[in-house]
Design a protein around this ligand. Structure first.
Ligand code: PRT
Ligand code: ZN
Length: 294
């Protein structure tokens, strides 16, 4: 795969659960992605950036080798890839989407009393490396049955006693009469970067893309909260605001006893929060979405 020199390359999943969310992230970060006639390569028209669209399993190695400078991939894929591990693809940050858990599951009737319950059993998985580490950490000897997919049918086919597979809603386990007993790994999409050096201009561009992605992730779920508050209740009100740093406090025209309080809340602001603020004496409470944050 060849890309033009002097362009930053970001690898994302071509088609699958993470693809659309990756493109959304780019858009929200102000990168105008244009789909050319080359299916493997999208271009960003307002910056010298190419988007490589590949199988998610290839992303860690591409980034480790410097074929791509940045990549977005599930933490589960990254943890499973020993080559990329060895070559040092570096994680930059979690991106807050593509959440799922790698779990140990077995037929509902299975009697579970900790990881030791797996001793001597066969466990089917598409994540043999991660599973092997889990078994080693827990001092368990079990046989790993490596599969390419459809792991959830293995117990029914008597290929394995248990499975180790990704779970998000749990519907697949339920549909196959399986129950999750332990979590091996929590996963979400991660931004990773290559250990290879970039030319200075691209290095600068990479830093700015990372800073924008950070801004997008930080502003998700964050809210700008404004209210009027009696001066005497300021401490109580600050304590109620979820995930807020020091709020901005400004005088209100013609009022000596009350102030305006503005704060950025990093966590969800629920109706209960507003009710508590009101009970503490706040009035004219406004909760506004935040579009960008840096
Ligand atoms: O073609 P390519 O190799 O690129 O794609 P892929 O088929 O390997 O991956 P894809 O698109 O299925 O998933 C991409 C990434 O999404 C994964 O690596 C995870 O990081 C993340 N992700 C989040 C999931 C799930 N949730 C998920 N539920 N990946 C897979 N699943 C599967 C799981 O394997 C099981 O079969 O969904 C089923 C369980 O879902 P529930 O909702 O029934 O519990
Ligand atoms: Zn894959």
């Amino acid at each position: 795969m060849s890309t033009a020199p002097g362009r930053l390359r970001i690898a994302i999943q071509k088609s699958g659960r993470l693809s659309e969310r990756c493109l959304d992230l780019m858009r929200e970060a102000g990168l105008r992605v244009v789909k050319g006639n080359n299916d493997l390569l999208y271009r960003v028209e307002n910056y010298p950036i190419d988007i490589l669209r590949v199988r998610d399993d290839d992303i860690p190695t591409f980034v480790a080798d410097g074929v791509a400078d940045l990549g977005i991939v599930g933490f589960n894929v990254l943890e499973e890839d020993p080559v990329a591990h060895a070559k040092g693809a570096k994680t930059v940050m979690p991106l807050g989407f593509g959440r799922c858990d790698l779990k140990i599951a077995a037929p509902e009737t299975f009697v579970w009393s900790g990881a030791k319950s797996l001793e001597g059993l066969r466990i089917a998985t598409t994540y043999p490396n991660v599973l092997k580490r889990y078994l080693q950490t827990n001092g368990v000897n079990a046989e790993i049955v490596e599969m390419r997919g459809a792991v959830e049918v293995a117990p029914r086919l008597k290929m394995a006693h248990a499975i180790c597979d990704l779970v998000s809603t749990g519907a697949t386990l339920e549909a196959n009469g399986l129950k999750a007993f332990a979590t091996v790994l929590n996963s979400e999409a991660m931004l990773i970067r290559s250990p290879k050096d970039l030319e200075p201009a691209l290095q600068e561009l990479a830093e700015s893309v990372i800073a924008r992605f950070k801004g997008v992730v930080a502003s998700q779920g964050a809210k700008y909260v404004m209210m009027n508050a009696p001066k005497a209740a300021l401490d109580a009100i600050t304590a109620i605001l979820p995930g807020a740093g020091a709020p901005t406090v400004t005088p209100l025209a013609g009022r000596d006893d009350a102030v305006a309080v503005h704060a950025v809340c990093q966590e969800s602001v629920f109706w209960e929060t507003l009710e508590k603020l009101k009970a503490a004496g706040a009035s004219a409470i406004l909760v506004l979405p935040i579009e960008k944050m840096m």
